[in-house]
Design a protein around this ligand. Structure first.
Ligand code: ADP
Ligand code: MG
Length: 399
């Protein structure tokens, strides 16, 4: 595994100034934070540094102000909610560099915590401008990155700063990297991947990379329809990318030559209309889908067979639901397989790592997110990692 420094490698930080990159791009409605998961993820790092006596300056982006000061996107809005989660006083600094920051550091006591302004108010953030990085670094002694979710971007606060100051992975970044290493970097075999969701086109690079990495590739969701259609199955009016048939055949051929077994559903849940518990709901073999029906979930027999596959595996990486899980009963296969994975994880026979916006929602819906070994909320960064790409924010931490 590529090595990086963690907070364990810090010496005495009493009175030292830490620049800590966090993800405070919080979902908000009418000025109130609707989900504070990202704040809670940053708590261990912030409190550990503060309790060791460092002066903690939090850096983050919020929204897309595109290099302008946009008052509705000021990070001053998150000061109270962050303070409430931390249980500490939090100062707000309306700059990221210069004298105002310097003076604020002078006021902060050892162990004090401040949030700096939205880094994207400066054009140099997204351009990863070395001059801006220098100005920001000038006020600090070391840099900690605790925002894996922003690590797929080579920005000033995610990448540039790591080259100018001693750089460390925060606890949340460390946990994410360790989980990802166990899932795909250096996994215990056999390894299974579940890839579901709406479209093949949004996950082409994921599929192409995974067939070279895993022993079993389980395809579900709308993208299974595209795979079935490429195998000359008539999928009726299912969501399907017919133009990707050749691409899919290429992925299947690559899987074959890598010794990766691809699992497609052989029974499916179909209906004529997309609605909750529709009257036309039925389960059938994939070869019996009528022209006016659409496939909305993996069928019960295939789900049982997939559970049996997981029982033979030691590692699982999961992105994408197996069906249109937001609408009942098309959540059935996803919920059942997620519960199997959770039970195997609890027994200690499976390391299970999952990620993706809808995937996390589906696991929460199944009530098993807490039973997986690790659930990543990182979205784009998680997907790029599943594509086998090097993330600039992670690469910059490597020693
Ligand atoms: P993630 O956000 O976890 O990466 P995706 O965004 O790729 O997942 O896919 C999730 C979406 O795929 C969900 O909205 C779900 O309803 C949809 N989906 C899954 N199966 C089907 C299907 N058979 N037909 C249509 N949509 C589907
Ligand atoms: Mg999604």
């Amino acid at each position: 595994m590529p090595t990086f420094r963690t907070l364990d490698d810090l010496g005495d930080v009493t009175g030292k100034v830490a620049l800590v990159r966090v993800d405070f791009n919080l979902p908000m409605q009418d000025g109130a934070v609707t989900d504070d998961t990202r704040v809670r993820a940053a708590v261990p790092t912030i409190l550990e540094l503060a309790d060791k006596g460092a002066k903690v300056l939090l850096l983050a982006h919020f929204g897309r102000p595109k290099g302008e000061r946009v008052s509705t996107q000021s990070l001053s809005m998150v000061v109270n909610p962050v303070s409430a989660v931390l249980g500490r006083e939090v100062m707000f600094v309306p700059e990221i560099a210069g004298d105002v920051v310097k003076q604020s550091i002078g006021i902060l006591g050892n162990g004090g915590i401040a949030i700096l302004e939205n880094s994207r108010f400066w054009k140099g953030e997204e351009k990863n401008d070395p001059e801006l990085a220098k100005a920001v670094a000038a006020n600090a002694d070391f840099y900690v990155n605790d925002a894996f979710s922003a690590a797929h971007r080579a920005h000033m606060t995610t990448e540039g700063l790591a080259h100018l100051l001693p750089a460390y992975a925060g606890r949340s970044m460390q946990a994410e990297l360790e989980a990802l290493e166990k899932a795909l970097g250096n996994p215990v075999r056999p390894v299974a991947a579940v890839v579901g969701g709406a479209k093949v086109s949004s996950k082409l690079d994921v599929l192409t990379h995974l067939v070279t990495q895993v022993d079993h590739l389980i395809i579900g969701g709308g993208m299974a329809n595209t795979f079935l259609a490429a195998n000359d199955v008539d999928v009726g009016k299912s969501l399907c990318e017919h133009d990707l048939a050749d691409t899919v055949r290429g992925i299947l051929a690559a899987a074959d030559s890598s010794g990766c077994t691809v699992h497609l559903p052989y029974d499916v849940v179909v209906s004529k209309e997309f609605a909750a518990n529709p009257p036309s709901l039925r389960t059938c073999n994939v070869h019996e889908v009528a022209a006016d029906e659409m496939i909305l979930d993996v069928g019960p027999q295939a789900t049982e067979a997939l559970a049996d596959v997981l029982k033979t595996c030691r590692t699982l990486v999961w992105n994408g639901p197996l069906g249109a899980f937001e609408t009942e009963p098309f959540d059935t296969a996803t919920v059942a397989l997620a519960r199997t994975a959770a039970a195997l994880t609890k027994e200690g026979s499976l390391v299970s790592v999952a990620g993706g916006g809808d995937t996390v929602a589906a696991l929460n819906h199944a009530g098993v997110a807490g039973d997986f070994s690790y659930v990543s909320t990182a979205g784009g960064a998680f997907l790029e990692w599943m594509e086998g790409k090097e993330l600039p924010g992670v690469a910059a931490l490597q020693i």
